[in-house]
Design a protein around this ligand. Sequence first.
Ligand code: GLP
Length: 237
Amino acid sequence: MEFILSDTYEQMSGAAAEILAKELKRKPNAVFALPTGSTPIGTYQALAKQNREGQIDFSQGNFFNVDEYVGLSRESEQGYYHFLYTNLYQHVNVDLAKTHAPDGTAADPELAAIDYERQIDSLGGLDVAFLGIGRNGHIGFNEPADSLHYATYCVTLTESTIEANARFFASVDEMPKQALTIGIGTIMKADKIVMVAHGEDKAEAIRRLKEDTSLNTGFPSSLLRLHPDVTVVTTIK
Ligand code: GLP
């Protein structure tokens, strides 16, 4: 696991965008998993700038949301597809037919999860998994648990995550308590993993990722140690 330390949020965003842009140039039809959250917004802005300036082309790339809330549609403003549309897709020359998210409105979320994993597999799996990290070490919505899931699945969110994300909803009651997330295996099968982390509330998680070398399903990002190509771009020392 390689750590790239940036002085500022802008530098971190630029460095992460550089890595992702390089992959898109190397393989224009690459398959990416993309996260939501406040942390990757600067990376998306830097990528959109590169696209505007003609340095990268999104038109052949395939983009999969890392996760989506159960109960929210593609149009829902708090939904994660909508987040990626607003923060990235509407600013770049992406082919929207090649942008995907788990179906949060499916009558059977378990079936929607299986279908999503199939969609990723049908394109040969992920080339790049771009990730944030939760305060509790979650990746995507793979929450700390006694056992983790290999493929995309329907997860019940932890109190820590509900507390962290409730700010995006009018009240905590309106926040979905379940989500669909790509699994640990979906992530581990990616050729390359890139993580961004910024802010005091992530400091403990990043320190633990750096210093504690155990593999612990109670701290899901620790599993990334098993992957040969992980870059964590962070402002956290
Ligand atoms: C949510 C998402 C994660 C993301 C995390 C961090 O929980 N499911 O994929 O990494 O938020 O978000 P932020 O960058 O806002 O701290």
